[in-house]
Design a protein around this ligand. Structure first.
Ligand code: GDP
Ligand code: MG
Length: 315
């Protein structure tokens, strides 16, 4: 047979190319107001994702998020450069809480009118589509850039309130709506407010309700490419939604400084896998599925958008 051709050098070639150009990765957070979205983004940056990157203001009080805001950080590790952009969004459905004033005035009021839901979703869906549109414009440009900057949302962390009860209809509908245009990763917020048993029960319940509601979240079964993918992803799917704790405060635990939340019973350590699943989420996003998140975004979600646009309906 033939001698060595050298096909396997493609791996080294790809490595060199990635080293030279770097890559973009974009994460969005969505969910009801007050669930810790802004805090978790801070936690991501303060944890090992970017321990080495400078420039994150410390101990700043997190203001209430009132508009969609994308913040980019350049991170370099082992010679590989990543531009990580996090997109923070204001909580939707806030009206539900703020409209309760009538309870004080009238103890037996008629039920309030349903809040204008689609209106509060709109900016989030719009932002996602705008990034697809930007990419499309660059692609069809005659003087096309050699490398198109990628601002498309590669994953959308959807925060679920740690109630232990059924998901809100609003959340189910919104997740379903979003899942057609972006990779949804549902997570249980503020997991420190639940016991381990409560978390397990709640996870199971949420998975069931997502399935019954027809919400397809990432990693979608239909995109598993082989048995290895399937068995890896089955494990992840069984652990979902990951129960996380966020904090940007550091405490001293056994002589080490750790990110955590101080409670009457001690410090809940954000990065300790016995305390919550933040580290698992981070590893999933960065270490095992980053490339796949980018590929599914490009090959499935962007492609759906592009096909619609080029057929003249959508955008
Ligand atoms: P956002 O509206 O979803 O962006 O929520 P914020 O990040 O502004 O957080 C709202 C409040 O919840 C703040 O007081 C945070 O300190 C607190 N918080 C954030 N993450 C957690 C968490 O994991 N556990 C608990 N118990 N509180 C949290
Ligand atoms: Mg916020």
């Amino acid at each position: 047979l033939l001698g060595y051709i050298g096909i396997d050098t493609i791996i080294e070639q790809m490595r060199k190319k990635t080293m030279k150009t770097g890559f973009d990765f974009n994460i969005m957070v969505v969910g009801h107001s007050g669930l810790g979205k802004s805090t978790l983004l801070n936690t991501l940056f303060k944890s090992q994702v970017s321990r080495r990157s400078a420039g994150w203001a410390r101990d700043e009080k997190i203001p209430k998020t009132v508009e969609i805001k994308a913040v980019s950080h350049f991170i370099e590790e082992g010679g590989v450069k990543m531009k990580l952009t996090v997109v923070d969004t204001p909580g939707f459905g806030d009206q539900i809480n703020n409209d309760n004033w009538w309870l004080c005035v009238n103890p037996h009021p008629p039920p309030p009118p349903p809040p204008p839901l689609p209106a509060s979703w709109e900016p989030i869906g719009k932002y996602i589509n705008e990034q697809y549109e930007k990419f499309l414009k660059e692609e069809v440009n005659i003087t096309r850039k050699k490398r198109i900057p990628d601002t498309r949302v590669h994953c959308c962390l959807y925060f679920i309130s740690p109630t232990g009860h059924s998901l809100r209809q609003l959340d189910l509908e919104f997740m379903k709506h979003l899942s057609h245009s972006v990779n949804i990763i549902p997570i249980i917020a503020k997991a420190d407010t639940m016991t381990i048993e409560e978390r397990l029960d709640f996870k199971q319940r949420v998975r069931k309700e997502l399935e019954m509601g027809g919400v397809e979240y990432y990693p979608q079964k239909e995109f598993d490419e082989d048995m290895e993918d399937k068995s890896d992803n089955d494990k992840i799917r069984e652990a979902m939604p990951l129960a996380v704790v966020g904090s940007d405060k550091e405490y001293q635990v056994n002589g080490k400084r750790v990110l955590g939340r101080k409670t009457a019973w001690g410090v809940v350590e954000v990065e300790n896998p016995n305390h919550c699943e933040f580290a698992q989420l981070r590893d999933f996003l960065i270490r095992s599925h980053l490339q796949d998140l980018k590929e599914v975004t490009h090959n499935i979600h962007y492609e759906t958008y592009r096909a619609k646009r080029l057929h003249g309906n959508g955008g």
